[in-house]
Write a protein that binds this ligand. Sequence first.
Ligand SMILES: [Zn+2]
Ligand SMILES: [Zn+2]
Length: 355
Amino acid sequence: MPHSHHSHSGQFCRHAKDQLDDVVKEAIRQGFEVFGLSEHAPRWRVEDLFPEEADLKPSDLLSIYLDFLKTAIELKIKYQDQIKLLISIETDYITNIDLTNILDLINEHEEINYIVGSVHHVNGISIDFDKSTWLRSIQSCSKNEFSRTMNPGPPPFLELPSTDDDNPEKESIKYQNDYKPTEKELIVFLKNYLDQQFNLINFYKPEIIGHFDLCLLWIPDFKLKFIPIIWNRIIRNVKTVIEYGGLFEANSAAIRKGWKGSYPSEDILELIISLGGKICLSDDSHGISYVGLNYLKMKDYLVDQGVKEIWYLVSSSERKEDGDIEFKNDRQRVRARKLDKWDTHPFWERKSKDI
Ligand SMILES: [Zn+2]
Ligand SMILES: [Zn+2]
């Protein structure tokens, strides 16, 4: 204790900072015992690159991920006496190309211990890049049109909203940040997100579900519980994960992005706990200064919400302990282990004195 199952570094990701070795050193300094290196999966289409990747090709992203694997293996050995590093891949699910190509990559690389199963796109458009891109995703859902984050170019650039011939000003007004999508528009968007997540859950049976309700990033106070078409989908997704033994990460990045607590938000967390789901911890760090960031706030939030036990991953090559749980999927590269009384671990005391 403690653990993080989800991290990135600037060495292998353009929107993160710092060298992976330095990120690991910081995790050791803070007293992390298990730290998952879960670099983003490569993306396979030019239109799925981000603006900061405009000089790259999809094949470059694959090379970068393979370089990450090499470095991660080296670090795992280098620091084996100080920290248990696990190697992972955080998925994207933009189109079905991602599903099959990432699965091939995982099957070819036994060194990938587990999957962080995340959805960052709805209807082909990124939902966590910025607010106007998120709004474009919502609009594409309500129009039932599949789209993309970037114009494939050359040169690649963020797609602009389509213009309305009758009223050229109408669309540009829509993309101002004070534009509020209607509840009806949001419901179609959320439904699509949850259906994509359901596909991803069934396809990989990921050991970790990444930021379960990233779909609420820009609307943290939107209540889902009384919208049956949405809430029933959440119940369906949560039950499916519980069935094969997946862990739901409490992800502290939400706090950095302005939420009061971590992902998952209150109602969903309560549902997961009531159905017997397992919670694990993640900082989703994107550089040294994000390691363990907002962990104390996340702890308080989870304790308030009634999280009594925390789970974490151990490599299947480690000696099996009583109570270890295997995942009902076909990888078996890690097992889940429970930690009781997690909130009184000395880590929190140390962390409260660390600035
Ligand atoms: Zn990232
Ligand atoms: Zn993510």
